[in-house]
Design a binder for this molecule. Structure first.
Ligand code: GDP
Ligand code: MG
Length: 220
């Protein structure tokens, strides 16, 4: 799994996006370290992992970034508390703090929006690939895909290579999203599409290879 001494021909930044708990961090753990954990903790902030592979005799370092809307929202909430401690001079545990938190002023919302946008654009900056993940057992996570596509289209490079991933294919008995529906959607939107299981290591490698090879072909 990667050799630090080898010469790197390309570095491709790929971002993982999708609702919370769909399995983004486990897909990354499987790809980068061939690991899986059933009780994975929510990702705090942004992190990335790398793996170097060979495509067409060139060494390609895949730099995979992992976070989520939910996690980014948590960052926002932390910022909000900080703002109140500094500017409104309340202490973190006070009732006033809790009261004001429930009644966010428009100034505060504008400030937060700006911060949120800054964090979001930093995440997408320089990304050449995106893996848009939903959970095949949770319909809602698939229904949110158009929103994630919208965010991608407004923040990422317009030529970014996108793959749609239906994760947790091992839970076939709990399936809530039929494969045929997604095939049709992916075709219409011009996206690659695969169903994966980070747990059973099914198609995780293929999903990354699909994106990385497509990016490789575009730059060559
Ligand atoms: P994230 O919030 O999108 O990063 O989701 P996580 O990677 O933290 O995974 C959320 C939960 O789903 C964890 O309990 C994982 O163990 C579980 N999970 C992730 N991938 C799979 C999978 O392929 N199959 C099954 N059965 N569970 C999975
Ligand atoms: Mg995560």
């Amino acid at each position: 799994y990667g050799d630090a001494s080898q010469k790197i021909d390309y570095v491709f930044k790929v971002v993982l996006i999708g609702d919370s708990a769909v399995g983004k961090s486990q897909i990354l753990a499987r790809f980068a370290r061939n690991e899986f954990s059933l009780d994975s903790k929510a990702t705090i902030g942004v992190e990335f992992q790398t793996r170097t592979l060979v495509i067409d005799h060139k060494s390609v370092k895949a730099q995979i970034w992992d976070t989520a809307g939910q996690e980014r929202f948590n960052v926002m909430m932390l910022d909000m508390r900080l703002f109140m401690v500094i500017h409104v001079k309340v202490d973190l545990d006070s009732r006033l703090c809790q009261a004001v938190m429930g009644d966010v002023s428009s100034v505060l919302m504008l400030w937060l929006e700006k911060r949120y946008r800054a964090v979001t654009s930093a995440y997408y900056r320089g990304a050449v690939g995106a893996m848009l993940v939903y959970d095949i057992t949770k319909r809602q996570t698939f229904d949110h895909i158009p929103r994630w596509l919208e965010e991608l289209r407004s923040h990422a490079d317009k030529n970014i290579v996108i793959i749609l991933i239906g994760n947790k294919s091992d839970l076939e008995d709990q399936r809530a999203v039929p494969t045929e529906d997604v095939n049709e959607f992916a075709q219409k939107e011009g996206l690659f599409f695969l169903e994966t299981s980070a747990l059973q290591a099914t198609n995780v490698e293929s999903a990354f290879m699909t994106v990385l090879t497509e990016i490789f072909n575009i730059v060559n």
